[in-house]
Design a protein around this ligand. Structure first.
Ligand code: SF4
Length: 364
């Protein structure tokens, strides 16, 4: 398994919580950026063999005009044609029938819709700009163009929300019957507008206990409605787990291109430059060889994000040693009820997954 990730850093407006590599859309840069991106894709020609998934993320890929997107898609067409899953992140209010038609033409078979919330107050607080009609239209355009594998990217634990607003959000999501739901808790990142507003006491900090109750409610409701909770923040109908994202959690290789993108290939991890000028000048900011010991730790830490956990057989096949020998801490975590070993897999019990941090840091 090997993935290709392409980063489009432009956004129409900047969300109040965002610390991703992004910048305000500037049409003067679209051409320059996409040309450089294409050069970077070409530079990985040898590594881009046997790609199993392509993921275009951002930023907001659909702020780019169709002709620029088409140019990028033309460059990656051989990979789109041969991979199993081709995903793109889209902001719902910028989706058009023409865009969905183009996506279908280039064999995109999965779309992740950045919704976060249906609640007008939360949408405003997050500085996002869609409404319910935009989301209805997005689903109609996508499904009308045979793109039926749709993820709703959601968020909970925003200031001024409660269980009632969360219940309403979940009712709305379920009414659209998506194949996949990502539900992340809001993280207040340093240097974001939201963080500043909280520091300046303009907005109250979200409550931890309420957030834990919300997470439990999400798990219960989505499970009740047929969604398998397969990763800390991800839920899918049968057969719709994200192939590309699982590749990260299973320590598989991927090539990341674009501003701020990262990659893991041939035993190296790299991170691209985060500023537009530096990226245009030089793609990679840092590149580090990953030792086997580091890789093993990552394999455990990332694998334990999934509810199915880590396959002991896969570990043994990859590293020629049993993980319980490499990590004596596993038996300690088992005795504390934070890990279980079942069907030859090591995993965190679902009712303890909210304590994941305590487990993951034992493998750092
Ligand atoms: S759309 Fe995504 S990348 Fe852009 S500002 Fe909002 S959260 Fe950040």
């Amino acid at each position: 398994m090997r993935g290709l990730y392409i980063h489009i850093p432009f956004c129409k407006t900047i969300c109040s919580y965002c610390d991703f590599p992004k910048r305000l859309a500037d049409s003067k840069l679209f051409e320059i950026y996409s040309n450089r991106l294409i050069e970077e894709i070409k530079s990985y020609k040898n590594e881009l063999k046997d790609i199993t998934s392509v993921y275009i993320g951002g930023g907001t890929p659909n702020v780019l005009p169709l002709e620029i997107l088409k140019k990028i898609f033309d460059e990656i067409k051989p990979y789109l044609d041969n991979s199993i899953e081709n995903s793109i992140e889209l902001n719902p209010e910028l989706i058009t029938d023409e865009l969905c038609h183009l996506l279908n033409e280039y064999k995109f078979n999965r779309v992740s819709l950045g919704i976060q919330s249906f609640d007008p107050n939360s949408i405003k607080l997050l500085n996002r700009h869609h409404n319910l009609l935009d989301i209805k239209n997005a689903f109609n355009y996508l499904r009308g163009n045979n793109i039926t594998n749709i993820n709703c990217d959601m968020m909970f634990g925003m200031p001024k929300t409660d269980l009632t607003s969360l219940k309403r959000d979940i009712e709305y999501i379920l009414s659209f019957n998506p194949t996949h739901i990502s539900y992340y808790s809001l993280i207040i990142e340093e240097h974001t507008k939201l963080c500043l507003d909280i520091k300046n006491k303009k907005i109250e900090e979200p409550d931890d206990d309420l957030e834990a109750d919300m997470y439990e409610y999400i798990n219960q409701e989505l499970r009740k409605n047929g969604y398998k909770h397969y990763e800390v923040s991800n839920y899918a109908l049968d057969g719709y787990e994200s192939i590309h994202n699982k590749l990260y959690w299973q320590e598989e290789e991927y090539i990341g291109v674009g501003l701020g993108a990262s990659g893991f290939i041939n035993g190296y991890r790299y991170l691209n430059n985060l500023g537009i000028d530096s990226y245009l000048n030089e793609f990679i900011r840092e590149k580090n060889e990953i030792s086997i010991d580091e890789e093993k730790k990552e394999f455990m830490m990332l694998g334990l994000r999934m509810l199915d956990g880590v396959s002991i057989d896969s570990y043994v096949k990859r590293y020629k040693i049993d993980p319980t020998i490499d990590f004596p801490v596993i038996s300690d975590l088992v005795s504390r009820g934070l890990l279980i070993i079942e069907n030859n897999r090591i995993k965190i019990p679902e009712e303890k997954i909210f304590l994941g941090n305590m487990v993951w840091r034992c493998f750092v």
